[in-house]
Design a protein around this ligand. Structure first.
Ligand code: TXA
Ligand code: MG
Length: 316
């Protein structure tokens, strides 16, 4: 069992990465679990801490676009345009992997995911690390991604060396993942950078379909994800809820009788619904809720990403 240091000192946290340890840090999407991308031993520790299936590739995080050359190779023009438009931001690009990046990073694939977070602490931390940093979400595999440092602590205390503490994350859902290793950019995971935004720069960009070859290349989309222990039920409106002694509700519309619920969250808009979802799942588990009812939203823009995450929690 490790002693997990909690700190707000960026330099202290970066020191652990430089000495081959595993460190959780904030980004604008969710908290990430970082390790030196060039150190196969550190990456092995990360897989163990997270109990991550070894066939699930990881995203390499950079503090500056100039570092992308050397992580990806033969970078296509479409990727360069997406980088210019959306980096730093909640977007991951899948590129052909440069031989300098160890195979374990991308679980043996010939490609690699790259992202530059839009978060001042994340970028200063990555700069201080002085090397590319792999970072899956900082949860134990299968649990909802953490949007607070306290949720990271709940999952990983004693399993990692350090947590870089900061505020709750702004977006609350993981980055949009776009495969740019072929001519047509394919969205492998929806996120807060929407298909419409991508198409405004790359009109040919498409959503991946479950049976596409590109989706097969994104094993993370196959694994059980984002699921609380409670069962999750999707409803159109809170008035559709069955009477239930141990239930919680999250959505945009108000519930007629919130007092009857063990957990309750009404969001003013889709952004705040998305920002709260994963922490709400975790709060419900802490309270022993049996069923979490989630109101469905239109699958447009951020709503598509929100519905994707809720669906994964329903199906598990
Ligand atoms: O917002 C985020 O992306 C967060 C923060 C910490 O940056 N990270 C994150 O990492 O969500 P993770 O490991 O939980 O999810 C990465 C996703 C998985 O679905 C994985 O399969 C996919 O990206 N992925 C990574 N590398 C890939 C590759 N070379 N080809 C296809 N899919 C890849
Ligand atoms: Mg994850």
């Amino acid at each position: 069992m490790l002693r997990t240091i909690l700190t707000s000192n960026i330099e202290e946290a970066a020191g652990f990465i430089r000495s081959g340890e595993v460190v959780a840090f904030p980004t604008e999407t969710v908290y990430g679990l970082g390790a030196d991308a060039l150190n196969a031993v550190a990456i092995q520790k990360l897989f163990q801490a997270k109990r991550r299936p070894s066939d699930n590739p990881m995203i390499v995080h950079v503090s500056d676009p100039s570092e992308i050359d050397g992580i990806g190779s033969n970078i296509p023009k479409s990727a360069i345009r997406l980088i210019e438009a959306f980096f730093p931001g909640p977007l991951t690009l899948v590129l052909t992997r440069d031989p300098r990046i160890p195979e374990v990073v991308s679980a043996g694939l010939t490609t690699v995911g790259v992202r530059m977070p839009d978060h001042p602490i994340a970028r200063e931390f990555l700069r201080a690390c002085g090397r590319p940093v792999v970072a899956p979400s900082a949860n134990v595999s299968g649990r909802p991604s953490p949007t607070t440092w306290q949720s990271v602590f709940e999952d990983l205390d004693g399993r990692i060396s350090c947590i870089l503490k900061a505020d709750p994350t702004r977006v609350g859902l993981e980055s949009t993942v776009v495969d740019c290793s072929d001519e047509v950019p394919v969205v492998l995971r929806t996120g807060s950078i929407t298909l419409g935004q991508l198409q405004s720069v790359e009109p040919g960009a498409v959503l991946g379909r479950p049976n596409d070859a590109a989706m097969g290349r994104s094993p993370g989309t196959r694994h059980r994800h984002y699921a609380p222990t409670a069962s999750v039920v999707l409803i159109d409106h809170p008035s559709d809820m069955a009477p239930d002694a141990n239930a919680a509700y999250i959505g945009l519309a108000a519930h007629p009788d919130p007092e009857s619920l063990v957990g309750y969250s009404v969001a003013a808009d889709i952004e705040s619904y998305a920002r709260r979802l994963f922490e709400f799942f975790r709060e419900c588990d802490r309270r022993g809720v049996e069923t979490i009812y989630c109101q469905s939203v239109r699958r447009e823009g951020l709503g598509a990403a929100l519905m994707d995450r809720i669906h994964r929690a329903v199906e598990r």
